[in-house]
Write a protein that binds this ligand. Structure first.
Ligand SMILES: [Zn+2]
Length: 324
């Protein structure tokens, strides 16, 4: 049965998010058409207005833009590359947690050292290339003990990631020591494993680990019940959510969104990993409803190249073929 397409989505290329490093983005879907070398000048829509609500922190390395989004929560934004990825530094009384390390285009450790002199624990929201690029600069890296996450520790060679620093994927001047011809994701070692329900105590600040597979097998969120904040990684943000990548699992993603939606009464703010740093927690319920509507085939979609994009208010979901 053919479903009438009720809308035509005009995608802003800059609204897209992280990709699976082993996949060819240009082949993933029409939603990623226009990415990379073919992308129209996506950066012309920058800066995104949402960032103006936050205090920008001056620092030495121009590649990063750093904003204090809440007390002791810093967003480390890389708007110079198409992913517009955001890492978060969460500072407690005794330790600090770095939730993702970005693209690895510029050195991150010196930037973090200027924000805190606490011991740093790195924890990745998941192992996609744009979240682990700076891992090798840090000694203490926690992760989820699943094969996917273990495999990511090998890094990715230049031939796997060169595309992401070519053509129109980059618009901003890169650091002097950056060379696209040798850019790679350097290997790193997981020194600690986390599991669902673990509490990471930073001193005066406790973060609960939630395993949230779906976007990838190793996706996690961090819940700060005291501050009513959820750090969502790529599980939710205000852009196309990727449920169709190699390693993605739509049904798991749906279950994850139901679980997160049930936490909405305990959360005010979502700290999201692409484009803009903060979203309202009410989106968790909307996202759960979106996955439900897709699974019951009651949502309209736009067929893309090998995947289906379902548009909702403020975000979309790119899913594999739902079946007829
Ligand atoms: Zn991702």
């Amino acid at each position: 049965m053919k479903i009438k397409i009720l809308f035509a989505v005009v995608l802003s290329p800059g609204l897209l998010a992280c990709t699976e490093q082993s996949a060819s983005p240009s082949k993933q879907s029409a939603a990623v058409e226009g990415r990379g070398a073919d992308t129209a000048k996506w950066w012309e829509s920058l800066p995104r207005a949402e960032w103006s609500a936050y205090e920008r922190v001056a620092q030495d390395i121009d590649w990063f833009e750093i904003y204090q989004v809440f007390p002791n929560v810093y967003a480390i934004y890389e708007p110079g590359q198409f992913e517009e990825v955001i890492s978060f530094l969460i500072i407690g009384d005794d330790k600090a947690l770095l939730f993702d390390t970005g693209l690895g285009i510029a050195k991150l450790q010196p930037v973090i050292a200027r924000l805190t002199d606490h011991e740093i624990i790195v924890l990745n929201s998941h192992g996609h290339y744009d979240h682990i690029g700076g891992n090798h600069e840090f000694a203490d890296i926690a992760g989820v003990e699943v094969p996917y996450a273990i495999n990511r520790t090998k890094g990715a060679s230049n031939d796997k990631v060169a595309e992401y620093v070519s053509g129109d994927w980059l618009w901003k001047e890169t650091p002097a020591d950056f060379d696209a011809a040798t850019y790679d994701i350097k290997p790193y070692e997981l020194t600690n494993f986390v599991k669902d329900g673990d509490i990471i105590d930073l001193g005066g600040r406790r973060l609960e680990v939630l395993l949230t597979p779906g976007h990838s097998p190793d996706s996690i969120c961090l819940l700060d019940r005291e501050e009513r904040q959820l750090f969502t990684g790529d599980t939710f943000y205000l852009a196309p959510l990727y449920a169709h990548l190699e390693g993605s699992d739509f049904d798991q993603y749906k279950t994850t969104m139901e679980r997160l939606a049930a936490l909405t009464p305990e959360i005010d703010h979502l700290m999201t990993s692409h484009n803009v740093p903060v979203a309202d927690a009410a989106y968790l319920g909307k996202a759960a409803s979106a996955f439900e509507a897709i699974s019951t085939k009651s949502a309209a979609y736009q067929k893309t190249d090998g995947a289906y994009e379902y548009q909702f208010d403020g975000f979309s979901v790119i899913a594999p073929k739902p079946g007829d």
